[in-house]
Write a protein that binds this ligand. Structure first.
Ligand SMILES: NC(=O)c1ccc[n+]([C@@H]2O[C@H](COP(=O)([O-])OP(=O)(O)OC[C@H]3O[C@@H](n4cnc5c(N)ncnc54)[C@H](O)[C@@H]3O)[C@@H](O)[C@H]2O)c1
Length: 331
């Protein structure tokens, strides 16, 4: 079966997914839609497919099996519901929305239609993350320290909090999602802090330059997550899992395991090609659509909504300094 794929939003993320899809057997890039005049046509010239500027026209005219939604966070409205009602399977890039109510309506439409859904939280598919999961099944940990030290994302909407949700919501969501995946649900978020005023040379920028927050998981494990977008792009993205004489250091490129006096390193199978970071996610989604079986998908739309609830609680603690209780009682 050839899987006919459509795209909504043809920017940076869409380009990375397209790089993977065109290398796959039995996948056809059938249609692309972007409201920016000429943008979809330019991308179609490279990857194939018919260009559109209106998603309803594309969904009506094309016979799509799957739709990749790669829109800026603020731009999600009725598109996913329109696709679900037509029985089109969905991969929605993260954060899947900034509006939890809109997200819940989409999740209900997905449920009603019985379609397959995936989000863009690709760290869940890393072989290094599988190894962390194996170790955590055997060895308890007490604390996790996360740091995302990087720069401002290229897309113009990213620097405007009303459009991106801010760094913690849009970017560090990757870490919060991974911690939920590996450690379970968060009971409470507390100690949110931020600082601004160092980035004063970027037009339209209104984000926190630096921010930090603490988490308490239902298991009792504690975590600190700290981030900045004022240093060099990709300077240091790392998560340290700490147990008794055990330190697991996870970065994009590798997992370093210090167990007692023994140190081993597991290399992440993704390559330096950024699109490859999506490869396992794309392969899993396309195979799920081909087989009509979503059981291998590691982050569904509904699950990504739970990550949204967490990152919005994180931002609330940062904005107000209050403790936000998500599950269970107390800090
Ligand atoms: N999973 C990841 O690691 C990853 C990496 C990069 C981006 N993303 C996510 O992908 C999404 C897109 O980010 P990007 O970096 O590709 O942004 P981008 O600005 O490069 O691309 C977005 C595209 O959407 C188009 N667009 C805007 N509103 C639209 C609408 N209503 N209908 C159709 N097209 C519309 C814009 O013209 C633009 O071409 C964001 O949610 C971002 O967080 C995820």
């Amino acid at each position: 079966m050839t899987v006919n794929v459509g795209f909504l939003g043809t920017g940076i993320a869409a380009g990375w997914h397209l790089e993977n899809l065109v290398t796959m057997q039995g996948v056809k890039v059938a249609a692309l839609c972007d409201t920016a005049e000429g943008k979809a046509a330019g991308v179609a010239a490279r990857y194939g497919g018919r260009p559109y500027t209106g998603y309803e026209e594309m969904l009506d005219k094309e016979d799509l099996d799957a739709l990749y939604v790669c829109l800026p966070p603020f731009a999600h409205a009725e598109q996913e519901i329109a696709a679900a009602e037509r029985g089109i399977h969905l991969l929605v890039e993260k954060p899947v929305t900034l509006d939890p109510e809109q997200g819940r309506r989409v999740a209900e439409a997905i449920e009603r239609a019985g379609i397959i859904s995936s989000s863009g939280y690709h760290w869940r598919y890393y072989n290094t993350v599988d190894r962390v999961q194996e170790i955590l099944a055997e060895r308890p940990i007490g604390m996790v320290l996360c740091r995302w030290l990087g720069g401002i994302w290229d897309a113009p909407w990213w620097r405007d909090r009303t459009k991106s949700g801010g760094q913690m919501v849009e970017q560090i969501g990757h870490f919060f999602d991974l911690l939920r995946y590996l450690l379970g649900e968060v009971r409470s978020v507390s100690g949110g802090l931020s600082h601004r005023g160092l980035i004063d040379d970027v037009e339209g920028y209104n984000l926190d330059d630096v921010s930090t927050v603490n988490l308490r998981f239902e298991s009792g494990v504690i975590a600190n997550v700290s981030a900045t977008c004022m240093v060099q792009r990709g300077y240091s993205l790392q998560i340290d899992f700490l147990g008794r004489r055990l330190v697991l250091e996870l970065t994009m490129g590798r997992l370093r395991i210090a167990d007692g006096d023994e140190v081993t390193v597991v290399k992440n199978r993704v390559t330096s090609e950024l699109s490859s970071h999506f490869a396992a996610l794309d392969r899993t989604f396309i195979e799920a659509v081909r087989r009509g079986d979503g059981s291998a998908i590691r982050s569904s739309y509904a699950d990504a909504l739970r990550t949204l609830d967490l990152v919005l609680a994180v931002q609330r603690s940062i904005d107000t300094g209050e403790t936000v209780v998500l599950h269970g009682k107390g800090k």
